[in-house]
Each structure stands twice: as structure tokens, then as C-alpha cells.
Design a protein around this ligand. Structure first.
Ligand code: DQQ
Length: 534
């Protein structure tokens, strides 16, 4: 059944039980990665929110500590909501977070906390200075839509941070605050940026290098910057790449349609994400929350709800137009013995099984080679801007020209259940090829009443060589996929009823007219890391 323990994820982040949502305040400190997260200590539904705390040496094995931030001062007594960590010049980490300070209405203020004992690498205890809150809604501001402070950055004698908000009914806002001493904060007259998209939750703002895969500390200046918002309206995370300078204190998206262009970190179930700079490996890491896609009744019956995506390293694509994401290399420590397939042709309408490993908990990397791009279907202009709609009408079982081809993961032996992760190539208006990546879970489970949306994004890759890669992290009830080396990512939750445990199989399929070659496929069964004592 859907509450089977075999559906509880094996290597994705989660506590032993209860509800989790947003990742909060990730940071590296004295040999340890710290992850805080929104957590209900009392149940598997949202509520009673505290900052739970876990630590890790490698972002993969996690040890749970006591919650770090709990309601215990007037300005957070009704909830400790999302926020971030900033490293001060003397090496002190500071947490900025949202507090709910009155009952029944979610009136929001921003608070600060510091470690009680800086020499404790585990940062177990946090103190909240008496001068809290450090920012409150002003007259004319929407006090119930004012939250989620970012990591602050330092330049020209000032710290600056953002707080997400809503102006009027529709304008999402990144309010900008300034401080000389990290104690007294003043709001800048104009926000860093705003757009008519609805409330901006969990803003994130950081510099990126224009070449290479290294990250920058949030206070280093970049040629380019990324601004991300989590849109309450759609429950997806959107970002733009643009420019920023500390004198004007304004961010300008590179693409004039940027705010409405809908570039997403992940085209699946992934929300309220946050990045941080890892000074050890000089990389920027993205963490995100994936909720369940079953019902509250099931969540209660399971006793848990919510996971985090595998931490992803992110960097700017050489085109400068988008980010690229890849699971942190530490994940590869969980790989068991590999199984490989090479140079295998999959004829139109054919599929084959990848055998020799347990695939309910696996890491699968494939390079495909397509011949016969001339067989690509025309792209209906009605769907040219909407990958999700396109995938809705051109799902995995709809025969195509070039594709659908890809993987069936968490598939039962008789294929009654299967989640398809695939590509489909179209001929666009001006003769160029358009690549669609989809996760189609419509056949993922025989259990009734599940929410099984198809997820999809376009892949901005040059397919003229016929080559494209796919990586899927399969973990019992999660399928987290990276197309074309991480240019398009899709995380999806599925709850098979027979494709569980040893009943889960892995296939490569081709439902197109054109022949597909698997140049190389390697699959690893994944071991279970330390996961918060569960
Ligand atoms: N979750 C937090 C808020 C944030 C929202 C509350 C996003 O601070 O805006 O749990 O999921």
C-alpha cells in the first residue's frame, strides 16, 4: 500500500518522522555542513514550526541534533519560519529568520540569532539578542507577506539583505535592507527588484562566475547575479540571471522578459530552495524541498511528509543564459557495483531491461545517440511556450518521431507500473530542433487517488550531433532527473504499489520512429547513508 515502508526514501534527506519543508540557513562551519529546516516536531502536517538541525561531513550522511531555533521570544512565539545564515567578518555565523509574533494572524517580523558557543563546531545552541526583531513591517507594507531573509552580502561598508514580500495584490517584491553593524537595519527606499508575479517567498540572491564551475561567496562581486523567488501562486522556484551593482542597489534581469520567462531550477516538485557557498570546494550548492504528492490522510498514516532534493552544485552555463545543476560529487560514495550497457540500439517501439542490480534505489547515467533527426515531429506553436502542456498531450505512450525515448524507472515486471523519464525532439518554427524533457508518472502506480501530474521542461541543448545525456536518481518514491548534463532538472514523487523493493525494474524504451542508440548506460545500486538516525 501507499504507506509501505518500502516507499520511504533511502538516501534523500529526511528526519526519522514528521513534517518537513524549506531548507534553512545552510552553511559550512569548522569541518561540518549544517542544514536547518522547517519542521513540525508534533506531526506529519505543517504547523508548530521550528528550525530542526542536522550536520554532515559530506552533505550525504546526516546526524540529527536538537532543534536550533524554537519559539521562545515575543517576536517568534508563534513560529520560526524560513531564513538564512551569514558569516560575519570575524567568523561568527548569524541566522536571520522570520518570526510570527501574534496569534492567529501571520504577522511577520525578522529576527536574528547567534551561536552561544562559537567554539562548538556543531553550533548546537543559539541565542537571540534582546534587540529582536531587527525588521518589522512598516505602515503600508503587507505584514502577513513579509518573510524569508536572505544571506546578507557585504560591500562599501554595508551589509545588505533581502526580505520577500507582496505589494498590492500582485507585485512580488525583494525588499532591500542595509546595516553597518548587522544590528540596526534600514530599509532602502526602493526594493532590489519586483515583478507582477504574486508573493516572493524565499528569495535568494548570489553572484556567479561567467566561466567555470566554481562558485562565489555571497559577498564577492560577480559579473552576473542570480535572483530566485519561490512563487506561492504556482509553488515553483523561478530565477533570472542578470546584473547588479551596489551603488544603484538594483538588480536587472538580462533577459527583458526575464521575470515572466519562467526559468526554473527544477520543472518538477521542488520548492523554497536556498543556495550557499561551500568554501572548502569553492562551489555553490542548491538545496530544495520536495513535498509529498499523495494526500494528507496518507501523510498522517505514514507519520512523515517531505524530503529534500540531493544537494546540487550549480554554476552558470557558458551561454550565460541559465544555470547548470549536478548532484554533489559526494553522492557517488553511495554507489555500489556498476552495471553497464554500451552501444545498444533500441529500434522504434522497442525496449530492454537493465538487469543485474536492485533498481528501487539507484543512480542511472545514460548517453543516448539519435539518428534520423529528420523524423522529428513539427512543434505545434500552441505548445511552444508550455513544456508541461506539450508533455501532457505528448506523454510517454504517445508514439512520436524522434522519441519519446528514455527510461522507465520504478517499473513492475509486467510494466503495469512505470514512471517514464524521457526526451522528445521536435522541429521548431525556424527549422531548429526543440528538445523536450518529461517525467510522466501517469502509469507510476496502480494505487487509486494519487496526484500524478506530468512534469516537463525544454532543454536548451544542441541536438544536431544527435547526442544527449540523462541521469536519474531513483529512490523508492523519488525520481530526480538531470537532462543534458544538468541543463533541465525534474524531481517527481511517485508511489508504486508493486514496483517497490525487489519488484522495481529499470528499462530503456523508445516510442519514436527513429532508432535510438544507448552509447553508454551505467547504473549503480545506491547504499543507504546515515540519515538522521532513521
Ligand atoms: N515556508 C515557510 C515560510 C516560507 C514558506 C513557513 C515557503 O517562511 O515563505 O514554513 O515554503
Amino acid at each position: 500500500s501507499i504507506v509501505s515502508p518500502l516507499l520511504r526514501t533511502g538516501y534523500h534527506f529526511q528526519p526519522p518522522m514528521n513534517w518537513i519543508n524549506d531548507p534553512n540557513g545552510p552553511l559550512y562551519y569548522k569541518g561540518w555542513y549544517h542544514l536547518f529546516y522547517q519542521y513540525n516536531p508534533k506531526g506529519a502536517v505543517w504547523g508548530n514550526i521550528v528550525w530542526a538541525h542536522s550536520v554532515s561531513r559530506d552533505l550525504i550522511n546526516w546526524i540529527a541534533l536538537e532543534p536550533a531555533i524554537k519559539p521562545d521570544i515575543p517576536s517568534d512565539q508563534y513560529g520560526c519560519w524560513s531564513g538564512s545564515t551569514t558569516m560575519l567578518a570575524d567568523g561568527t555565523p548569524a541566522i536571520l529568520y522570520t518570526g510570527i509574533d501574534r496569534p492567529n494572524i501571520n504577522y511577520q517580523v525578522q529576527n536574528i540569532a547567534f551561536p552561544k558557543n562559537k567554539s562548538d563546531p556543531l553550533l548546537r545552541e543559539w541565542v537571540k539578542p534582546g534587540y529582536n526583531p531587527i525588521a518589522s513591517p512598516e505602515p503600508g507594507m503587507n505584514a502577513t507577506q513579509f518573510r524569508d531573509p536572505t544571506t546578507a552580502w557585504y560591500a562599501d561598508g554595508h551589509w545588505r539583505m533581502l526580505v520577500g514580500g507582496l505589494k498590492g495584490d500582485r507585485r512580488g517584491v525583494a525588499y532591500l535592507y542595509r546595516s553597518r553593524d548587522f544590528k540596526t537595519w534600514v530599509r532602502a527606499k526602493h526594493p532590489l527588484h519586483s515583478a507582477l508575479t504574486g508573493m516572493w517567498e524565499c528569495p535568494d540572491f548570489f553572484p556567479v562566475q561567467v566561466s567555470g564551475q566554481n562558485g562565489l561567496d555571497t559577498s564577492e562581486s560577480g559579473t552576473k547575479y542570480v535572483l530566485k523567488n519561490s512563487l506561492d501562486l504556482t509553488r515553483y522556484d523561478y530565477y533570472t540571471v542578470g546584473t547588479y551593482d551596489n551603488t544603484t542597489e538594483r538588480y536587472v534581469p538580462g533577459n527583458p522578459d526575464g521575470d515572466y520567462h519562467r526559468l526554473r531550477y527544477d520543472y518538477g516538485n521542488f520548492y523554497a530552495s536556498k543556495t550557499f557557498f561551500d568554501p572548502v570546494k569553492r562551489r555553490r550548492i542548491l538545496l530544495g524541498w520536495a513535498n509529498e504528492s499523495d494526500s494528507v490522510t496518507y501523510d498522517k498514516a505514514k507519520g512523515w511528509a517531505g524530503i529534500h532534493a540531493i544537494p546540487r552544485k550549480i554554476w552558470l552555463d557558458p551561454s550565460g543564459k541559465q544555470l547548470v545543476q549536478w548532484p554533489v560529487e559526494e553522492l557517488e560514495k553511495l554507489r555500489g557495483k556498476p552495471v553497464s550497457v554500451s552501444h545498444k540500439v533500441v529500434a522504434p517501439g522497442e525496449h530492454f531491461e537493465v538487469t543485474g542490480l536492485g533498481t528501487y534505489q539507484a543512480d542511472v547515467e545514460v548517453s543516448f545517440e539519435v539518428s534520423g533527426l529528420e523524423k522529428a515531429e513539427e512543434l505545434d506553436p500552441a505548445y511552444a511556450q508550455d513544456a508541461e502542456k506539450l508533455c501532457g498531450v505528448k506523454g510517454a505512450d504517445v508514439r512520436g518521431g524522434v522519441g519519446p525515448f528514455g527510461l522507465w524507472v520504478l517499473a513492475s515486471a509486467g510494466l503495469e507500473e512505470k514512471t517514464a523519464v524521457f526526451f522528445r525532439v521536435f522541429k521548431g518554427g525556424s527549422g531548429q530542433h526543440v528538445v523536450l524533457m518529461c517525467t510522466d508518472p501517469t502509469k507510476s502506480s496502480l494505487s487509486p487517488g494519487l496526484y500524478k501530474p506530468t512534469f516537463a521542461g525544454f532543454v536548451d541543448t544542441d541536438i544536431s550531433s544527435g547526442k544527449i545525456s540523462l541521469r536519474s536518481l531513483v529512490d523508492r518514491s523519488v525520481v530526480e532527473s538531470f537532462g543534458a548534463g544538468g541543463k533541465t532538472c525534474i524531481l517527481s514523487r511517485v508511489y508504486p504499489s508493486i514496483a517497490i523493493g525487489k519488484g522495481a525494474h529499470l528499462y530503456v524504451f523508445n516510442n519514436g520512429e527513429a532508432e535510438i542508440k544507448v552509447s553508454q548506460l551505467t547504473a549503480w545500486e545506491m547504499k543507504k547513508p546515515l540519515m538522521n538516525g532513521a
